[in-house]
Design a protein around this ligand. Structure first.
Ligand code: SAM
Length: 257
């Protein structure tokens, strides 16, 4: 069994689909399958199919339904395709930019927003757990009526560490988008568990974000956009431009190639 997830994560068999699907998922992640969660169960996190989608559950969320990659547009986002390139994220990416790589896809929320604005997008994720959740979400996206009707390609999803993947990319993107996990402002929070908090519990902070930024700067032909919490210092000194959103900032570094 993978040392990384040992005692932390299991697949929970809840009979939505056949046992082989659960077993294959467990095999890919090298984790056990459990059929019942009790107080004695060692694992804290579980993957299971519910409501036709793969979900990440923790013991507290077991009854509530869990977290999955949400492919629906955010509230207030225009539902036509492509949606207008407006707001701080579009400003940071550059409205004339065409090709983007999201190097830290996570729950895919920024990626899906970028995709809906009509950018040509590739997505990288190194956590095998998040990769499985994303693959499930992108598969559901490919089956959505408007995606089929308009014959739109869903973003390519690449599994691996972006530090290595970017260095080997043949088709360089104009823009690379990075949203690494920063340490939280306060260590303990009384807030209910949010997707990002759960992700941090499971994966930890992305300590190698500066190295990722350096590779991104060598790879992107035009710009690197770094999303940071508003309290964090810019990753590489003063950015060329900065756009603020709610409690966050998009720092833009132009590479002058
Ligand atoms: C804060 S989350 C990103 C959230 C995402 N922007 C969203 O909208 O859902 C950071 C994610 O990036 C991934 N990540 C961090 N460094 C990475 C790297 N070097 N290569 C690939 N993925 C990375 C982590 O595994 C985690 O899933």
């Amino acid at each position: 069994m993978s040392q990384k997830y040992k005692g932390k994560l299991a697949v929970l068999f809840e009979q939505q689909g056949g046992l082989p699907d659960y077993s294959l998922l467990a095999k890919r992640l090298d984790i056990p399958v459990v059929i019942l969660v009790t107080k004695a169960t060692q694992e804290e996190f579980f993957l299971s199919w519910r409501d036709g989608r793969l979900k990440l559950l923790d013991k507290e969320l077991l009854k509530k339904g869990g977290l999955s990659v949400d492919i629906e547009p955010r509230p207030g986002e225009q539902r036509s395709w492509p949606a207008p390139k407006k707001g701080a994220l579009a400003q940071a990416l550059g409205r004339r930019t065409k090709t983007i790589v999201d190097a830290t896809t996570g729950w895919g929320q920024d990626s899906l927003h970028i995709f809906r604005m009509g950018y040509e997008l590739r997505c990288i994720e190194r956590s095998p757990i998040m990769f499985e959740l994303l693959a499930d979400g992108f598969k559901r996206l490919a089956d959505v009526d408007w995606v089929i009707d308009l014959d739109i390609q869903v973003p390519e999803l690449i599994s691996g560490n972006a530090i290595e993947v970017l260095a080997k990319l043949e088709k360089k993107p104009e823009c690379i988008y990075i949203d690494p996990m920063f340490p939280p402002k306060r260590k303990k929070s009384a807030l209910a568990k949010k997707p990002m908090t759960i992700l941090r519990d499971l994966l930890g902070d992305d300590e190698d974000r500066e190295q990722l930024f350096e590779v991104a700067m060598r790879t992107a032909t035009k710009r690197v956009v770094v999303k940071s919490p508003d309290y964090a210092k810019p990753i590489a000194g003063k950015p060329n431009e900065s756009f603020s959103g709610k409690l966050l900032r998009y720092d833009v570094y132009l590479n002058g190639k």
